[in-house]
Design a protein around this ligand. Structure first.
Ligand code: BGC
Length: 427
């Protein structure tokens, strides 16, 4: 149960407080993956390849030392299918041992590992044979999940099958649109900032949505039957759709294929991962651009920290109150660490509000532990710690110490401090 102390919410016992990363974005040289192939093909639309990333494949002990030194008790990271099964049916024993060592390393440091099996990247062989569109994609994923139990057996309780399946299905929708109309239609924007084939206009591919739900269910069955006491869920990219006056029905219809079907699919799960960064306003004619004059972040998203509390409330409404929530991602890409603290403080206060109203939230993971590869570019810096791209030295920012101190104290703010609640500074 939660209780209030001054302007802070005392977190329930065993609340997980940490930061998150994904393998491809931090490890470096994920050469057997489809994303590596995409980044390095001649005519790629990807601006910058991932290369060495943060070299976390070798430096994961440093990442974990950093997090536990700051005061966190949990770490969300992903294991890489392309390393574990670089060719179909060929399991790399070395990769399995590597990730087992990571799980043990987390536990030794007092960090509860939350492990994602699939975070956007697939083995190149999987994608080349049709990816999620192939008729046996769910079986192939379930077979990988079976192999992954050898890693999870090292002491994992919380496992996420697929990260942001709604974004995965959307990417298929966009790629198919591009195949028909060219990438120009995807990238060139009209005066509202929308593109005909861009994320706001294109729907997630319905067959891929179905395939992902099947894969999630098949993997869940495998993981549960391993008898390891695993708690299985998946994590959804919450879009926080807000209906403008007169646009309720439009917003509901817009949200359904993009988010709600993925939340509904989690009703029988052990937990649901909420990932929230900003909001999206929907008018009678569809999505609206970021309001004029609003502060935006390095990803171009509106600075809107209250998205987190709203995402949790919406999620609970759709899944029902019986599915515990873990905030598996929340954060901001900014070059101004003061704004990171201001954002996170307000996001946590909105989370405290949702918890105060009864949402069963079991953890909060900030995205991200370290600056990393933001799917095509290193420019947006989400990290609690900066990473030097040459030496790979990690330098924790003030926000890291600030959030770590909250984790240590087991409290989150209920209302942002006065000094930070004011109008955003110009950047
Ligand atoms: C993804 C991360 C990504 C983050 C910020 C989420 O959509 O899971 O991989 O870096 O948001 O864009």
């Amino acid at each position: 149960m939660t209780s209030s102390a001054g302007s802070a919410l005392v977190l329930p016992e065993h609340f997980l407080m940490g930061a998150a990363t994904s393998a491809h974005q931090t490890e470096g040289n994920n050469v057997s993956s489809d994303w590596w192939a995409l980044e390095n093909q001649e005519d790629t639309f990807v601006a910058e390849p991932s290369g060495d990333a943060a070299d976390s494949f070798h430096r994961w002990p440093e990442d974990m030392d950093l997090l536990c030194g700051l005061g966190f008790n949990a770490y969300r990271f992903s294991i890489e299918w392309a390393r574990i099964e670089p060719e179909r049916g060929r399991v790399s024993r070395a990769a399995v041992a590597h990730y087992r060592a990571m799980v043990r390393g987390a536990i030794e440091r007092g960090l509860t590992p939350v492990v994602t099996l699939h975070h956007f990247t697939s083995p190149r062989w999987f994608t080349e044979r049709g990816g999620w569109a192939a008729p046996d994609s769910a079986e192939l994923f379930a077979a990988y999940a079976r192999t992954a139990t050898e890693i999870l057996r090292a002491g994992v309780r919380y496992v996420a099958t697929i990260n942001e399946p709604n974004m995965v299905a959307l990417m298929y929708g966009i790629r198919r649109y591009a195949a028909e109309h060219g990438w120009g239609a995807v990238t060139s924007r009209d005066e509202t900032g929308a593109a005909a084939g861009g994320p706001a206009s294109v729907e997630p591919a319905a067959d891929i949505t179905e395939a992902l739900v099947r894969a999630h269910r098949a993997a869940t069955t495998v993981l549960r039957s391993a008898d390891l006491g695993l708690r299985v869920g998946w994590t959804v990219a919450n879009q926080v759709y807000q209906a403008e006056p007169g646009a309720r029905d439009v917003a509901v219809a817009y949200a359904r294929p993009r988010e709600d079907v993925f939340l509904e699919a989690a009703r029988e799960d052990d937990w649901i991962g909420v990932q929230a960064y900003t909001r999206h306003r929907i008018g009678p004619d569809g999505p609206l651009p970021v309001p004029e004059g609003a502060e935006t972040t390095l990803t171009g998203w509106e600075f809107y920290p209250e998205a987190l509390g709203e995402a949790v409330r919406h999620t609970v409404r759709v899944t029902g109150p019986g599915v515990p929530v873990i905030v598996t991602e929340n954060g901001i890409a900014t070059g101004d660490d003061e704004r990171r603290i201001a954002y996170t403080e307000r996001a946590l206060a909105s989370l405290a509000g949702a918890m105060g109203d009864g949402a069963d939230v079991r953890g909060y993971f900030h995205w991200s532990a370290v600056d990393n590869y933001e799917w095509g570019t290193y420019r947006p810096t989400f990290g609690l710690a900066a990473v030097d791209p040459r030496t790979f030295a990690r330098t924790p920012r003030e926000s890291a110490r600030w959030l770590g101190a909250l984790a240590r104290a087991g409290r989150i703010p209920q209302a942002p401090a006065q000094a930070r609640a004011g109008a955003p500074t110009a950047r």
